[in-house]
Ligand binder design. Sequence first.
Ligand code: NAP
Length: 259
Amino acid sequence: MFTPVTGRAVLVTGGTKGIGKAIAQVFASAGARLAVVGRDPESGAAAVAELGARGGEAAFIQADISVAADTERMVAEAVDRFGGLDVLCANAGIFPDVRLEAMSEQDIDEIFATNVKGTMLSVKAAMPALARSGRGRVIVTSSITGPITGYPGWSHYGATKAAQLGFIRTAAIELAASGITINAVLPGNIETEGLAELGPEYRRKMEESIPQRRLGTGADIGYAALFFATDEAGYITGQTIVIDGGQVLPESLMALEAQ
Ligand code: NAP
């Protein structure tokens, strides 16, 4: 049996939409207090209303994680509100697609600014508060794309998601001295508003390529994040977990057809 996370203060970057919102909902359902971070206040207000409807205490903090001062302020606001911080879910990320031959310097700078620099700045800003918690936890949302797989149009994205894993391995050593663990979740294809926009044909083909024949849900990711946040996972750090319905396993199309 896991020790409940009731009352723990949890900050989820990118918690206003998609996977981050689902992670926040899982933590809220487990009784945690939530601060969700994003740039757009409208989706922030909507996410807080949804979290409140589940009976959880939730607040929106407007911040751009690619800006150091914003990450410091977002942590300060969460600490002011909750009296401390126990868990950081460094989840915010962007995934514009562009093939390498058409990729501009700005395309590369923008995606690294949010996905890599933003993740690192968020963790750096949260470190003192997480250390004070005594059981601080960081859960980074990476991806199968980059660390394990590739997809045309997302070479820069894959590079950022692999970079996040390089980051956590050294951060885990540095953070261990403060009793903080840092681990990463690697989602496969997850049902989000963004994915719905890619249309039914994309969805059907993706489902066909997954041994479990379904896309993942945000909650599938949220429960893995919740596990890393428990007291019982306190000896796990610098590690990754793939949550993809078996998507990375088939070595060829024939392996799926032979199922
Ligand atoms: P999403 O629905 O587009 O949500 C992204 C969230 O991040 C939003 O809340 C967005 O809010 C926030 N955000 C983006 N840039 C930000 C910035 N600079 N500062 C602060 N907040 C920012 O995306 P998602 O599909 O849930 O993806 C979330 C994470 O999961 C990403 O790291 C992504 O790489 C990873 N992932 C997703 C999938 C998938 O299938 N969806 C698969 C593997 C990994 P604002 O726009 O208001 O700022």
